[in-house]
Each structure stands twice: as structure tokens, then as C-alpha cells.
Write a protein that binds this ligand. Structure first.
Ligand code: AVI
Length: 326
């Protein structure tokens, strides 16, 4: 872990783009801060997605075959997973996939307690690399992938396509996939969602420097960096940056770097899609969108997709992608 963090931070400091994979935002404190973000008034995605699921779960569940095996990427916020399992018709089991063994064990235990008859097959899996399903799954159940939270947006298009292709291969030709995506919208709504007046997202972003100092014995001054959320139209996205307030010297892993005033570390990208753009991307990865549901303001969408064709073999090995924790 430390080696990989060090490699990523050194690579980012050597490269003029200074891009650090957003997965590193989620140490224990970063995960708590993200959880706090999901409850902020200006951060609309979480509550909007939950609202869509609350309003449409019976209809969504009716479109999914009975006895499906639910495979969740990220081991589940109970706010979304529990109602989905409740709504599905006789689910064959639940397979939470997560990079953190501890987080996964907690999620599996609470789901077993909540649904005593439901087989739960947790699996430690890193979406940033090749990952597999557990071996002991019921062979004949069709599979339902579940990837809520618009977490796919934290991957660039090539990596998002690679992940969806990989899921197509893992879940098989009869599978379906339920996914949440954040829709493109005006910067007036997006910027406060990623730069809230309470300063929680700024703390979340700066916590990365605290983590780097702690784990790599580095000497960033987190208060010397300003949190900035930047909106770009093409492709539509928000980028989080930490902007250096004044010329700074920093030491990491025995190396010395100079950052000029105004230079920034790019710590996260959050892509925003139109329904059309996401449908095209999904089709390139072997998924066709059967149905979608949005909120009344059209901010967020939940898409139900069906695997197209036979078991799909990606033409190229997907590049490693780094995303997030939740
Ligand atoms: C986890 N992910 C979908 C969040 C997002 O909206 O891109 C992470 C986040 N970063 C800042 N606020 C929330």
C-alpha cells in the first residue's frame, strides 16, 4: 500500500499534470468525510439516487428475473442495498465486492443479520486491477450487477469502458446491470456540490495531504493549499484540485519538489454524463440500456442494462483504473 501510494505521489509530482489517483482520498478519515459529504445539502447525488430508488424499486425489480444473484461493486451502503434486496424477487444470493476486507466483513455480517435466509458470498476485489467472482456461486442464477453512487464517474471513459467490459465477462450473457450515473448539469449546481459552504469537501481533499505526510513521511502544509472544484464542458466533468497558495518546497520519499504559486495537484475527476453519452459508452462495453429512471429535476439517473450478445471477450486487457472507496 505504502509503496503504491509513494509511486503514485512521486509520479504525480514529477508529471506536470500532478494527477493523484482519487482512490487515495479514502483512508479511514477520508471515508468518514465522504460519508459526511453525502449528507450535505449541496451534495445532491446520494439523496437524489436514493429518492429515485425509493420511488421506482417495485418497477425496477419487476424488470429483473426472479432468483437473480446480486453482485455489488463496492460493499454496499445499506441505504441502497437493503431496499433493493427487499424489492428483488427471491434473490439467489448477494455478492459484495470490495477492496477492504474489514469493510466487506462488516457489510456481509449486517446483511446476513438483516436477511437470514440469503446466501452472502463476500469477495475482496480491487476494481483497479483484474478481479473475479467467488467460485461457489449458484451456477444457474442469472446475475444482476449493481454499481450505485455514480462511482463510475470517477473513472475516465477508457477505464469506465474497461470496467463495464470486465463486468460483462464476469456476469455473463444473461446478466443485467443496475447503475447510477450523475447527469451533466449547470456549473451553478455542480460547483457547490463539490465546494460546499461548510468546507467538508475542502477538508476531504486536504486530508489527502495529511495522509501523504503520515504515510510517506512527507512535509506538505495542508493549509498552504486551497481546495478548488473546476467545471469543464468537454467531456463534462468536475475536477478537484489543491492549489498551491505560494511557492513551496516539499519532500516526499527522499525527493525534493518545488511547486509554484497557483500550480495544483489534481486529486479527483467526476464525470457527468448525458443519457446518450452513457448509453453509447455502455454499448461499446457490451451493455444495452433497457430502461432508466431519473428524478423530477433530471439531475441523476438509474439505468437498467442488459448484457448484449454472447460472453464478451474484451479486445484489450483493461488498463488499471483507480477510483474510490464507497
Ligand atoms: C464517490 N464519488 C462518486 C464522489 C463523486 O461525486 O465523484 C466522490 C466525491 N468527491 C467529492 N465529493 C464527492
Amino acid at each position: 500500500m505504502t509503496d503504491t501510494l509513494q509511486n503514485d505521489v512521486l509520479a504525480a509530482l514529477r508529471d506536470p499534470g500532478h494527477r493523484i489517483p482519487s482512490a487515495w482520498l479514502y483512508d479511514a478519515h477520508g471515508s468518514e468525510l465522504f460519508e459526511a459529504i453525502t449528507r450535505l445539502p449541496s451534495y445532491y447525488p446520494t439523496r437524489t439516487e436514493i429518492g429515485i430508488l425509493d420511488a421506482h424499486l417495485p418497477e425496477i425489480a419487476a424488470a429483473i428475473p426472479a432468483n437473480s444473484l446480486l453482485v455489488e461493486l463496492g460493499s454496499g451502503s445499506s441505504r441502497k442495498t437493503v431496499p433493493l434486496i427487499d424489492a428483488l424477487h427471491e434473490p439467489a444470493g448477494y455478492v459484495p465486492l470490495d477492496i477492504s476486507a474489514d469493510y466487506l466483513a462488516d457489510a456481509a455480517e449486517s446483511l446476513r443479520a438483516r436477511f437470514p435466509g440469503l446466501p452472502v458470498h463476500p469477495r475482496v476485489a480491487d476494481f483497479t486491477a483484474d478481479f473475479d467472482l467467488p467460485g461457489e456461486l449458484p451456477a444457474h442464477a442469472s446475475r444482476l450487477g449493481f454499481f450505485p453512487g455514480s462511482t463510475i464517474g470517477n473513472l475516465d471513459a477508457e477505464d469506465a469502458r474497461g470496467l463495464l467490459q470486465h463486468c460483462h465477462g464476469l456476469l455473463g450473457p444473461d446478466s443485467m446491470f443496475l447503475i447510477g450515473i450523475d447527469l451533466d448539469k449547470s456549473a451553478d449546481i455542480l460547483i457547490p456540490a463539490y465546494d460546499d459552504p461548510e468546507g467538508v469537501t475542502a477538508a476531504f481533499n486536504r486530508n489527502l495531504l495529511v495522509r501523504i505526510n503520515r504515510e510517506l513521511n512527507a512535509d506538505f502544509d495542508p493549509e498552504g493549499f486551497r481546495h478548488e472544484a473546476r467545471y469543464f464542458e468537454t467531456p463534462p466533468r468536475i475536477e478537484m484540485h489543491l492549489v498551491c497558495e505560494r511557492t513551496t518546497t516539499v519532500h516526499v520519499g527522499g525527493e525534493r519538489f518545488e511547486l509554484a504559486a497557483g500550480e495544483s495537484l489534481h486529486t479527483e475527476t467526476s464525470h457527468k454524463y448525458s443519457l446518450g453519452a452513457f448509453t453509447t459508452l455502455a454499448a461499446e462495453a457490451g451493455w444495452s440500456v433497457n430502461n432508466h429512471w431519473t428524478d423530477p429535476q433530471g439531475r441523476f439517473a438509474v439505468l437498467l442494462m442488459q448484457a448484449t450478445g454472447s460472453r464478451y471477450n474484451p479486445p484489450v486487457t483493461p488498463k488499471p483504473y483507480r477510483s474510490h472507496r464507497p
